[in-house]
Design a protein around this ligand. Structure first.
Ligand code: ANZ
Ligand code: ZN
Length: 827
């Protein structure tokens, strides 16, 4: 017999699929659409196991859904701009474009060897001018809508990457890419006004029923909506208005001091000429931008000689400057209520500031000096003049009303979300389509002049300026307004801009007149199933939702949300740790595929763990997957061989009725069909689906290896065909080969998904004799495949047997499955 040889089977079918353009999404007919998408990769050079897992999952969904009668789109492309290409250029002198496109060629090849059902005709790379032309167009759309603007900003600066980083790209104070400690600089930068969409980005999360709760929680926290009030104090000595943001207006009578951020416009002035001038300046420069760091740093403050006048009591309280108040949140000033806020409590204790209790709760002393810790729960208002006795929730509203009446405050909402800083002082990205004219100032490049092409020759690592600034040919431009001399913007866009709309471009990737064809997008969007890593929970997924909403408002896309269902797969680990180069625990997908074949690699990945869990790589697991495929292959080989059971005409002539063995086999196979169908459609339980297929194959071997029995050709054929159809989404090459061997000319992947026969699931009943001490005392009816345990229980439950054994201890029960149960008692 012929051995299972993926090395010959897999390339053969891959070529066939490609030449038949089998997976191109054209000609829907009357089928409903289904858009399956995996997060496109950065072309770093080689695929890793995370990719393999991600794209295998998408492929199973795509293939299964296709067989279920849907018109499926499953495209692939490259998130091709980004820093590693540039770093490679600096290190090895290779041009970023050459490096990137060489990597794409390698990885495309790797992907093709996995047998994923991509529509390759839609392949795109975000670094292609015909793609980034439209990224620039989208920038201009944002600009027209007032959603793109330039502003001075304190920014995160990575000294190693020599670029600005978005807040999202700073992880624990370090650059997300290279791990270098991030510094702060003030620079003029481009932003997208994502905060204008904060409310909708938050509210629409509720409607995303098929998103992991975890991702939604992360987005909610990231957006960080806080309801509260702006309360206006007045600086007694200077008359300046000094607003603070608070979520607890009910604690207003507990204010014993105010704290300004060291970067607050008033801070410098209030300490001018005092001993604290330098300290405040240093504090302002060294301030952390990140909340997390802020929470961890020791709270430091300096007093000022000034006082703030309480808006309701008129009482003056001292103004301090502190390192725990960030300028970027609220108004950059807070009212200190040490009795009811932990940070304030710590600060007041440290600097001997008074503590005034104004909210009563269980065990809370009325005297603030007795307080052991801040009481942050709601309670009843005390020491609050006319508001005494109000519950704190009601008190919040009452205080805000009173402030509004006096013109000293109002209810407000604050977001933690900041505008999206998109400027990067790097080469390998999309040039921002803006020019600066000496006479007319900042001017958008007209759409007709897009794309603003990235020049090929630049200095990749100039000192203190952006690489694009080193290309005179690039920088020199004419003003679109006056025709005079102008200079081009030399920043490029954050690559997260590129990936915020690629799923739209996939709908009509060769469109020349627009970023995408509206009709195509109306047809395909939203993405029905998006699959990727949890690491994108806030960055990519939030930005994509923002872009989609902007385009929805402009009438370009039909839905305000891009991804109807989201699935985040677990990591691939080795030795319990995520695979990573630095840990040296990487298994290369190529090696695995080369050695065992793509089908085995896919099967292992799908079988070894539920897709949302981490998956521990194991060579013995891979070998187990291979053995299963070999076992299945031997069945096909044997029965479908030229001289096999299914080759002659005997098959159609065999009119034998089905015996119990045939019925048992059919039951196992139809059960597998049912299980695979349910596990793939109702949830992503591919591991249990595959387990059901394994059981059915075992049942097949039991059938095949019965002594002296002739196999029933019709049942054998039906069983092999059903199993082949059910294996198609998981192991597409082997399924295709089996299908062909079974005599079919058409692709298995174009067959309708099989239905199971409910009749076949019915369990045969048989009658089994029960003996007590050697004499038959009863006959019981049981399921034909009842196991020993079930038979034993059924026998001992029999009325007659109970009578015969009454009062005597049972010594032994011998079970002969399918035939007999023999009970032996003490005499
Ligand atoms: C007085 C107060 C009393 C506060 C109390 C809390 C409890 P979230 O929920 O995160 O929005 N705050 C305001 N602006 C700040 C800034 N720029 N930097 C640091 N802290 C700031 O928190 C809002 C609360 O954080 C505000 O409410 C303010 O302290 C502080 F019993 O005001 B609270
Ligand atoms: Zn001009």
């Amino acid at each position: 017999a012929q051995e299972y040889d993926p090395r010959s089977i897999e390339p053969y079918w891959q070529k066939r699929w490609e030449s038949r353009r089998q997976y191109e999404a054209t000609g829907a007919g009357d089928r409903p659409k289904y858009y399956a998408l995996g997060m496109f990769p950065y072309p770093s050079g080689r695929l890793h196991m995370g990719h393999l897992r991600n794209y295998t999952l998408v492929d199973v969904v795509a293939r299964f859904t296709r067989m279920r009668g849907y018109h499926v789109l499953n495209p692939m492309g490259w998130d091709a701009f980004g820093l590693p290409a540039e770093n490679a250029a600096i290190k090895h002198g290779q041009h970023p474009a050459d490096w990137t496109y060489a990597n794409i060629a390698v990885m495309r090849d790797q992907l093709k060897r996995l047998g994923i059902s991509y529509d390759w005709s839609r392949e795109l790379a975000t670094s292609d001018p015909e793609y980034y032309r439209w990224t620039q167009w989208l920038f201009l759309l944002m600009y027209r809508k007032g959603l793109a603007y330039r502003a001075d900003a304190r920014v995160n600066w990575c000294p190693r990457c020599q670029t600005v980083l978005a807040n999202e790209q700073v992880v624990d104070g370090e650059c997300w890419r290279c791990g270098t400690k991030v510094e702060q600089r003030r620079l003029r930068q481009w932003f997208f006004r994502i905060t204008a969409y904060a409310d909708r980005l938050l509210d629409d999360l509720d409607a995303l029923k098929d998103w992991p709760e975890r991702v939604k929680v992360m987005q909610r926290n990231w957006i960080g909506r806080s309801e509260g009030a702006e309360v206006h104090f007045r600086v007694q000595e200077t008359g300046d208005d000094l607003p603070v943001f608070t979520t607890r207006p009910d604690t207003l009578f507990g204010v014993t001091y105010l704290v300004l951020s060291a970067q607050h416009p008033l801070a410098g002035r209030l300490v001018a000429g005092t001993a604290y001038e330098d300290e405040v300046r240093h504090m302002a420069e060294g301030m952390a931008l990140r909340e997390q760091e802020l929470a961890e740093t020791e709270k430091v403050g300096v007093p000022t000689p000034a006082h703030a006048v309480h808006p309701l009591t008129g009482e003056p309280v001292p103004i301090w400057i502190g390192n725990y108040v960030v300028m970027e949140y609220g108004t950059g000033a807070v009212m200190g209520v040490p009795a009811h806020d932990e940070r304030d409590f710590e600060f007041a204790r440290k600097y001997g500031l008074p503590i005034r209790v104004v909210i009563q709760g269980p065990g809370v002393p009325l005297d603030g000096s007795q307080l052991q810790a801040a009481y942050v729960e709601p309670g009843v208002m005390v020491h609050s003049g006319p508001f005494d006795g109000l519950p704190s929730e009601e008190g919040k509203r009452a205080i805000v009303r009173e402030l509004e009446r006096r013109g000293a405050g109002r209810a407000t909402v604050q977001y933690r979300l900041r505008d999206w800083l998109i400027s990067r002082q790097r080469y390998w990205g999309v040039p921002i389509p803006i020019v600066y004219c000496d006479r007319c100032g900042e001017q958008p490049v007209p759409e007709s002049e897009l794309p603003v092409m990235l020049p090929r020759e630049v200095d990749f690592a100039p000192e203190g300026r952006a690489p694009l600034a080193t290309s005179e040919a690039f920088v020199e431009a004419t003003c679109p307004r006056c025709g005079g001399r102008a200079r081009r913007e030399t920043d490029t866009m954050d690559t997260f801009v590129d990936s915020s709309w690629y799923f739209l471009r996939f709908c009509s990737p060769r469109e020349q007149q627009a970023p995408f064809d509206r009709e195509a997008v109306r047809y395909w969007m939203p993405v029905d199933q998006y699959i990727g890593g949890i690491e994108h929970a806030v960055l990519h997924l939030l930005y994509s939702r923002f872009f989609t909403k902007v385009l929805y408002d402009e009438g370009w896309v039909p839905t305000p949300e891009p991804f109807a269902r989201l699935f985040t797969q677990g990591m691939v680990t080795l030795g319990g740790a995520a695979m990573s180069k630095s840990r040296g625990n990487v298994v290369d997908p190529d090696e695995v595929v080369g050695r065992y074949g793509a089908d085995t690699a896919r099967l292992f990945i799908l079988f070894a763990a539920p897709p949302e869990r981490d998956l521990e790589w194991s060579t013995s697991g891979v070998e187990g997957a291979l053995r299963f495929l070999q076992r299945f292959w031997r069945l096909v080989q044997e029965y479908a061989a030229p001289d096999g059971l299914l080759s002659g005409s005997g098959e159609s002539e065999d009119g034998r009725p089905l015996g119990p063995d045939e019925r048992a086999l059919r039951r196992a196979v139809h059960q597998a069909v049912r299980k695979v169908t349910e596990d793939c459609s109702e949830r992503f339980a591919f591991n249990t689906a595959i387990a059901a297929l394994m059981e059915a194959v075992n049942a097949f071997y039991r059938y095949k290896e019965r002594p002296q029995a002739t196999p029933h050709p019709k049942v054998v054929r039906e069983s092999l065909e059903l199993l082949t159809l059910c294996m198609a989404p998981f192991v597409p090459h082997l399924a295709e080969e089996s299908w062909a061997r079974l005599g079919h000319g058409e692709s298995v992947h174009e067959q309708p998904w099989p239905a199971y026969d409910p009749k076949a699931l019915e369990v045969d009943r048989i009658t089994v004799a029960v003996q007590v001490n050697g004499k038959v005392r009863d006959r019981i009816e049981v399921a034909a495949d009842a196991d020993e345990q079930a038979l034993r229980e059924a026998a001992l439950a029999s009325e007659r047997v109970r009578k015969e054994t009454a009062g005597r201890a049972i010594r032994q029960v011998i079970v002969v499955p399918g035939k007999l149960v023999s009970v032996v008692t003490e005499r």
